[in-house]
Design a protein around this ligand. Sequence first.
Ligand code: ADP
Ligand code: MG
Length: 279
Amino acid sequence: LSELPRPRQTRVLTVANQKGGVGKTTTAVNMAAALSQSGLKVLVVDMDPQGNASTALGIPHTGDVAGVYDVLIDGTALADVVQESPSLPGLWCAPATVDLAGAEIELVPMVAREGRLRKAVRVFLDERAATGDPIDYVFIDCPPSLGLLTINSFVAGSEVLIPIQCEYYALEGLSQLLTNIELIKEHLNPSLQVSHILLTMFDGRTRLSAQVADEVRAHFTDTVLRTSIPRSVRISEAPSHGETVITYDPISSGALCYLEAAKEIARAARAQEEGGTDE
Ligand code: ADP
Ligand code: MG
């Protein structure tokens, strides 16, 4: 396995798209797995009450487990809720339990309600850096809505990674998503930027997939990762084994494409750092 460059600073990527079923969770966990397998330290924050990311990473998240709910509502430290992946050392997950659904309402009257995740992530990253074992990447898996859980996710991130499904309705709602990101930028998190778009569930046999891909690339140019993720049965099977496709079937096309896409993300940061354009 090739080593990937470590970013100079922790990169916090919010994986977002208001549409459900477009590959947000699949992308968050497989990108995280791909980077951790290449020797990087990665944290996944599961912000979706359904807890699909926790499941896919083999992390227990039943009601009695401490998770993101406790962090947002009770101020529990992230360090006290993260669990290391059983199959991928160097990959941690802050799990989502069902009570997270209630947090959407419970957050409403709270002070600085939009910034609670950001604060918790900052403290965790600072602690890890201080112990000489810094986290390189954080992936925040969003629910498919624009409530306070998603807003917290945007405020905590510095980058947005948008998965786009290569299907007919893929672009519907995308301009709304971009408008919302602009609003977050303007009011809550000026440094937020859409850094990467990933085409998912690409089906090379259909004209439609190719058309959607062409349209997205024409519009978003270099933001779109060159690697797209094929529709693959192995990718969809992996979560039921509590694994990402990276460990479940490492030589499948799905695993290889997520590894390739992760490389692009890691190298994009290095190129940017060397160009000095973001300093
Ligand atoms: P979201 O988090 O946006 O709701 P998911 O990542 O849960 O979307 O994906 C929705 C469904 O599609 C899941 O059942 C998942 O296993 C499946 N899926 C995601 N990506 C692929 C792919 N590349 N090939 C086949 N199935 C996929
Ligand atoms: Mg999901």
